[in-house]
Design a protein around this ligand. Structure first.
Ligand SMILES: Cc1cc2nc3c(=O)[nH]c(=O)nc-3n(C[C@H](O)[C@H](O)[C@H](O)COP(=O)(O)OP(=O)(O)OC[C@H]3O[C@@H](n4cnc5c(N)ncnc54)[C@H](O)[C@@H]3O)c2cc1C
Length: 457
């Protein structure tokens, strides 16, 4: 009896799944397959691998409840899939389309070996559906989002009836490796659903006011669940539109963030070179500093700027960072330290549990001022003012930089301003317990502007 293969990559869910629906529509039993691609899994185990493997275990448990299983194989996808298609007489392989250069090359190679059908689902609207009237892609967010909002609401795949292949008909199963869960991010469907329910019932109304505050838990915390498809982005957008208060600020603002996500996927799809160089040619020759000690201090949260250090320690310790903090730390690396945004992009990808090529690259190029819809290069975040505005009482700083916890609010964003004689009374000596600022923000501005001007010519 032939089968249809559902090739799972970053769509780890049984509902609202276009690839699974397409496999089911064949009318043949569906075999859910995960391939441990050595190129993706061979490097040291990072948080995303741990999250993914644990999410797959949860999916496997759901499949077992339906009498089926998850077929795991290791190797190069085109080899693995050719063998499986032959062994199992599969009529085809069905997968969700992914827009990273790596994924496109991989899928191109697979499609030369087996009948591969790629479906939507990774974005709410596919990149090729949100185009200018002349068919060109948008490179500025505001007109992109206007066009995006003018499109009919996306539809979800209907649950096409169809069975999974019973587990007793599976060929040999490989086990998923044992990997520790990522602390704070249980990789289960249940956790994804309860976070969503909590956000929609308690937080979304205040989202527009609170989303920038690093001291408040005002955002959804759903990014890893969206990254690996435990939640369908199209479903999220429909849930928001259906909420009675769709026109309220919170709902609109949150939908706008999901549109940013689609936008960066579209940029990566249409301009794959952004993965390797600045979107704007005039900023491809910035004379970046080679400053390994400063880069290290930034990664370790030891720059002497409390809000930057709090954020970098949060990232290293948890694998997640607040969006405002991502903007502040990215600006600090590129504009204050004049270190290449690609060094920061790489470090974020090493650390983030939600690390996504498109959103990370888009965020970095935005902050560096080199990207599509960039903050103008001469706008440089002041880390002290950002801290005062978005962590007004230093709650976020005190949590992540405990050596500063006894400082009164007046000094929490500028510990270097505490007079030396007073430092002892706060249990802190600057230079011993906490670093002096590694650069002086007010002095580096000219250096940065000169470097950007030099590149722009
Ligand atoms: C330098 C930098 C790097 C970033 N790297 C990533 C990354 O690797 N992966 C990632 O998912 N997001 C990234 N972002 C975007 C954003 O910071 C995170 O999506 C957000 O902080 C996740 O928290 P949340 O789920 O609580 O977000 P919420 O505020 O609840 O937003 C809901 C969802 O919308 C999407 N979203 C929100 N803001 C953005 C944005 N600016 N761009 C794209 N999508 C967005 C995410 O999927 C997020 O889960 C980056 C931003 C910057 C400035």
């Amino acid at each position: 009896m032939p089968v249809a293969i559902w090739w799972i990559r970053r769509d780890v869910r049984l509902t609202d799944n276009f690839a699974l629906q397409a496999a089911r529509k064949t009318g043949y039993p569906v075999v859910p397959v995960f391939i441990r691609d050595s190129r993706l899994m061979a490097n040291s185990v990072n948080r995303r691998q741990r999250f993914l493997v644990n999410a797959l275990k949860d999916l496997q448990a759901q499949l077992r409840q339906e009498g089926s299983d998850l077929l795991v194989r290791s190797g190069e996808p085109s080899d693995v899939l050719s063998t499986l298609v032959r062994e199992m007489s599969a009529v085809g392989v069905y997968a969700e389309k992914d827009f990273s250069p790596f994924a496109k090359n991989r899928d191109e190679k697979v499609s030369r070996e087996v009948p591969l059908t790629l479906t939507g689902g990774l974005t709410i609207h596919p990149p090729d559906a949100v185009l200018k009237p002349d068919g060109a892609p948008y490179t500025i967010f505001t007109p992109y989002s206007r066009k995006w909002l003018s499109l009919p609401a996306p539809f979800l795949p209907t649950s096409a009836p169809g069975d999974f292949l019973p587990s007793n008909q599976f060929p040999g199963l490989e086990l998923l490796p044992a990997m520790d869960p990522v602390e704070g991010f249980a990789a289960t469907r249940e956790e994804a659903e309860s976070r969503l329910a909590l956000f929609l019932s308690l937080k979304i109304d205040e989202y527009a006011n609170q989303r920038d505050r690093m001291d408040l838990n005002g955002t959804s915390g759903l990014s890893p669940y969206i990254r690996f498809g435990l939640l369908s982005p199209a479903r999220l957008s429909l849930v928001i539109r259906q909420q009675a208060g769709y026109l309220m600020d919170g709902q609109r603002t949150w939908l706008n963030e999901l549109i940013w996500r689609d936008f960066y996927q579209s940029i990566l799809h249409h301009f794959p070179f952004v993965k390797y160089e600045a979107f704007q040619p005039k900023f491809r020759h910035i004379p970046w500093r080679n400053a390994p000690d400063d880069l290290r201090a930034w990664k370790d949260g030891l720059t002497g700027y409390p809000v930057v250090d709090a954020a970098m320690r949060q990232l290293k310790s948890t694998g997640w960072m607040h969006n405002r903090a991502r903007m502040i730390t990215a600006s600090f690396l590129t504009k204050d330290l004049l270190i290449n945004w690609q060094d920061g992009e790489r470090w974020f990808m090493d650390q983030l549990v939600d690390g996504d090529t498109a959103s990370n690259n888009g965020g970095w190029q935005w902050a560096a001022g080199t990207g599509t819809d960039a903050a103008p290069y001469f706008r440089i975040f002041n880390p002290v003012l950002q801290g005062k505005r978005f962590d007004p009482h230093g709650v976020y700083i005190r949590h992540w930089v405990p050596e500063l916890r006894n400082l009164p609010d007046q000094y929490i964003h500028e510990p270097w301003a505490v007079p030396p004689l007073e430092q002892v009374s706060f249990g802190l000596v600057i230079g011993r317990d906490y670093p002096h600022p590694i650069v002086e923000h007010n002095l580096v501005r000219e250096r940065t502007l000169a470097a950007y001007r030099a590149s722009a010519g």
